[in-house]
Design a protein around this ligand. Structure first.
Ligand code: AMP
Length: 190
C-alpha cells in the first residue's frame, strides 16, 4: 500500500501533480477541494454549507471533510493506496486520517511538500482564475486569506508528519514534467 499526502499552499500544483502520478502508481486520487466543488455544483446539502466557507477562503469544518474522506476510503476497499490532495489541512484531520488508516491496518507512507513562495502562489492563482473561473481565485484578498490559513492552521500538519520522519520537501517551482519525474522517483523509494 502506498498512501501519500501531497502537501503545500494553494496553487502549489498538488492537483496537477496528483493527477499525473496516480496512473503511474495505480492509486486513488482524493482531493477534498474537487469533491466539495462537485457537491457545490450538484447543490447538495453539504455543497451549500461548504460554499459559505470556500467562497471566503476559509476552511470548511473538520467533521465535513473527515466524513467525506471516511466514505471515500470505505468505498475504495480494493484500492492499492491513495493520494490525499488538500487533506489533511488541520491537526484533527491528520489524527483522524491516521486513525482511519490504522483501522484498516495501514498508515501514511509519506508526505511530500511542494514548496512555492507566496508571490508565486498569488500569481499562479490569479492566472488560474482566468482559466478555470474559480471564485476563490478571483479576489486577491481571498487568496491572501487562504495563504494565511495555510500558514497558521495547515502548515503545522507538516510538522506532525515530520516528527514521524515522514516529511519530504521539494521545490514546487519549475517545469511540471520535471517535478512529476522527481515525485515519481521519490515516491518509488518509499
Ligand atoms: P483546494 O481545491 O484544495 O484549494 O480547496 C478549495 C477550498 O475547499 C479550500 O480553500 C477550503 O475552503 C475547502 N477545503 C478543501 N479541502 C479542505 C480540507 N481538508 N479542510 C477544510 N477545508 C477544505
Amino acid at each position: 500500500m502506498l498512501n501519500i499526502i501531497l502537501f503545500g499552499p494553494p496553487g502549489a500544483g498538488k492537483g496537477t501533480q496528483a493527477a499525473k502520478i496516480v496512473d503511474h502508481f495505480q492509486l486513488v486520487h482524493l482531493s477534498t477541494g474537487d469533491i466539495l466543488r462537485q457537491a457545490i455544483a450538484d447543490k447538495t446539502e453539504k455543497g451549500v454549507e461548504a460554499k459559505k466557507f470556500i467562497d471566503r477562503g476559509e476552511l470548511v469544518p473538520d467533521e465535513m471533510v473527515i466524513g467525506i474522506i471516511e466514505e471515500k476510503i470505505a468505498s475504495h476497499s480494493d484500492a492499492k493506496g491513495f493520494i490525499f490532495d488538500g487533506f489533511p489541512r488541520t491537526q484533527p484531520q491528520a489524527e483522524q486520517l491516521d486513525a482511519m488508516l490504522e483501522k484498516r491496518g495501514q498508515s501514511i507512507s509519506g508526505m511530500v511538500m511542494l514548496d512555492v513562495p507566496d508571490e508565486e502562489v498569488v500569481a499562479r492563482l490569479q492566472k488560474r482564475a482566468e482559466i478555470e473561473g474559480r471564485k476563490d481565485d478571483q479576489d486577491e484578498s481571498i487568496i491572501r486569506n487562504r495563504l494565511s490559513v495555510y500558514k497558521e492552521t495547515t502548515a503545522p500538519v507538516a510538522a506532525y508528519y515530520e516528527k514521524m520522519g515522514k516529511l519530504q520537501k521539494i521545490n514546487g517551482v519549475g517545469k511540471v514534467e520535471e517535478l512529476t519525474q522527481q515525485l515519481i522517483d521519490l515516491l518509488g523509494r518509499l
